[in-house]
Design a binder for this molecule. Structure first.
Ligand code: UDP
Ligand code: MG
Length: 316
């Protein structure tokens, strides 16, 4: 069994794979124990899978899984965790935005007795102001709303001890927000700081839609505050309506010509209440949709190719 497992999700990363392997290879040579590198092809449409096959033939430490379609980053990492055999498991991105050179520092902390060592960004280089602004706001919102303490500005780049990985693997939930689940597990956790460099090559694979859906997912998975929001909105509009009723009554008696007692007032009230109700139904729907997803009990992913593990398989 290897001492360390490196997990790297791959989605259309043909431009970054050679350089990523070069940097990880020199890192693996320097580590104090045996190593396996698990690459998860998340339904790439470019030549990534051919590069993975090549790497596996050249270097037996490289194992790979091919998901039968694009299941998304979080599921790809979950698949990697399911197959990881190391005593310490490290997750990092393929685009070298998570510097492999930070891993020895993480391992040092693990050897000091921490079960989770996550990397925390102090700076983002060459990312758009929009991405920086939304990420900054989102992590703080999540921290405010979530029931567990999810540290701000941390991604999935982390080292986890075997015991934490076993717990994550035993969790049946399908909507996975790994950063959150990692915090939920507990144990001794610590951070190492780093500055996030720009993507090595290629396009960003996390489109705005994917990032937005991950953000909603994390809020719904780790907070019940949105559900309570409809109660608060309901209470607010009830108080507002009562206040308006008293006001209208007052106008009827004292200022019969007031323009605020007619059609406009009714329209505003109808629209306001209508939107409060629709927002509430929407929030409820988000939760119910997730219950439905969980209850269906479908497997989280399907595999079309497994190489480098005991049961090897290729399906076409
Ligand atoms: N990725 C993936 N499946 C997806 C989208 C992304 O496996 O559907 C991988 C991608 O190949 C990369 C990592 O997730 O290794 C992070 O993606 P990216 O660098 O585009 O996102 P960002 O740096 O903006 O978080
Ligand atoms: Mg990236």
């Amino acid at each position: 069994m290897p001492k360390y497992t490196l997990i790297v999700p791959i989605y259309n990363e043909e431009e970054t794979i050679p350089e990523m392997y070069r940097r990880l290879n020199s890192l693996m040579d320097r580590l104090d124990g045996s190593c396996e590198l698990i690459l998860i092809n998340d339904g790439s449409k470019d030549k990534s899978i051919f590069l993975l096959r090549d790497l596996h033939h050249k270097d037996p430490r490289v194992c790979y899984l091919s998901l039968a379609r694009n299941f998304g980053h979080q599921v790809a990492v979950t698949a990697g965790l399911n197959f990881a055999r190391g005593k310490a498991v490290i997750i990092l991105d393929a685009d070298l935005q998570d510097p492999p050179e930070l891993i020895p520092e993480m391992i040092e902390k693990w050897q000091q007795g921490y079960q989770v060592v996550y990397a925390q960004r102090t700076k983002r280089h060459k990312e758009s102001w929009f991405k920086r602004f939304t990420a900054y706001g989102f992590y703080r919102l999540l921290k405010g709303l979530a029931d567990v303490d999810i540290p701000t500005d941390t991604g999935d780049f982390c080292l986890m001890d075997r015991c934490v990985v076993d717990i994550l693997n035993a969790m049946p939930e399908r909507n996975r927000y790994i950063r959150g689940l990692r915090s939920w597990v507990g144990f001794q956790q610590t951070s190492v700081k780093f500055e996030r460099s720009p993507r090595y090559a290629g396009e960003v694979k996390y489109t705005f839609r994917k990032s937005f859906s991950l953000a909603i997912n994390s809020l719904i998975s780790f907070s019940k505050v949105p559900l309570r929001l409809s109660t608060y909105l309901g209470l607010f509009s009830a108080v507002f309506a009562l206040f308006m009723a008293i006001l209208v009554l007052y106008w009827r008696v004292h200022e019969t010509k007031s323009p605020l007692t007619g059609f406009a007032t009714i329209m505003i009230a109808v629209f306001f209440l209508g939107s409060v109700q629709l927002i509430s139904i929407g929030i409820l729907g988000e939760y119910i949709g997730r219950i439905y997803e969980e209850i269906k009990g479908r497997p989280m992913y399907t595999l079309s190719e497994i190489m480098g593990f005991e049961q090897e398989k290729v399906e076409n």
